[in-house]
Design a protein around this ligand. Structure first.
Ligand code: DX5
Ligand code: ZN
Length: 216
């Protein structure tokens, strides 16, 4: 087994039974849980927010890998950090300029948690180079953010080696969108160290088999 970090996205889980769904992927070997926060503005969908993270924190010790697909991320860092998020990843496209980006990263780190930045499919990887040394994680979207169950965009995966060539070993390069056993392997062979998977895991009838197939 490799050291690839698998982060099952609860977007495809049964929201009426989140504790059970999280424990099921924990039993399957997952160490992280990917929490997709959408505001209906940055993306055309609304999902969950601070109260859900707070409730999940009470029932799991897994890393809460929180993906903020929201405008004005700076307004929500403190509530999500206090709710118990371990990683806060915000979007490059939600920021005005470089100062804004640096401020959001510093804000996240001030809570002693990990900071990530994400880029949408049409955003070139070079734009995040100035911030790589400040970050713990970069999330390369391989679908347009907003919905689970979309098809993997192969072109986006080519951003992985471009980022990898610029960063140090400790930076987590994560991919999100359309990940399954085949597309996951493409990404890890290109240098990704973490795979987010929603529908591939939660729509399968054997979570352990699905998680193992992503790790191998
Ligand atoms: C999409 C979300 C993803 C989503 C992935 O905007 O950020 O995390 O849950 O779903 P799958 O793995 O089904 O593409
Ligand atoms: Zn996500």
């Amino acid at each position: 087994m490799s050291n690839i970090i698998i982060s099952p996205s609860i977007l495809s889980a049964d929201f009426a039974n989140l504790e059970k769904e999280i424990n099921a992927v924990k039993d399957a070997g997952a160490k992280w849980i990917h929490v997709d926060v959408m505001d209906g503005h940055f993306v055309p969908n609304i999902t969950i927010g601070v109260p859900v993270v707070k409730s999940l924190r009470k029932v799991t010790d897994l890393i809460l890998d929180t993906h903020l697909m929201i405008e004005n991320p700076e307004k929500y860092i403190e509530p999500f950090a206090k709710a118990g998020a371990d990683i806060l990843t915000f979007h490059y496209e939600a920021c005005r300029d470089g100062n804004h980006i640096k401020e959001v990263i510093e804000q996240i780190k001030a809570f002693g948690i990990k900071a990530g930045i994400s880029i949408k499919p049409k955003t070139s990887p070079e734009v995040i180079f100035p911030y790589l040394s400040l970050l713990d994680l970069v999330l390369v979207m391989t679908v347009e953010p907003g919905f689970g169950g979309q098809e993997f965009m192969h072109d986006c995966a080519m951003k992985i080696p471009v980022i990898k060539a610029q960063c140090n070993e400790s930076l987590v390069i994560q991919v999100d969108g359309g990940i399954n056993n085949l597309t996951g392997k493409i990404c890890t062979s290109l240098g990704a160290s973490s795979l987010v998977a929603g529908s591939y895991i939660y729509n399968s009838n054997n979570y352990k088999k699905a998680v193992d197939s992503l790790k191998s």
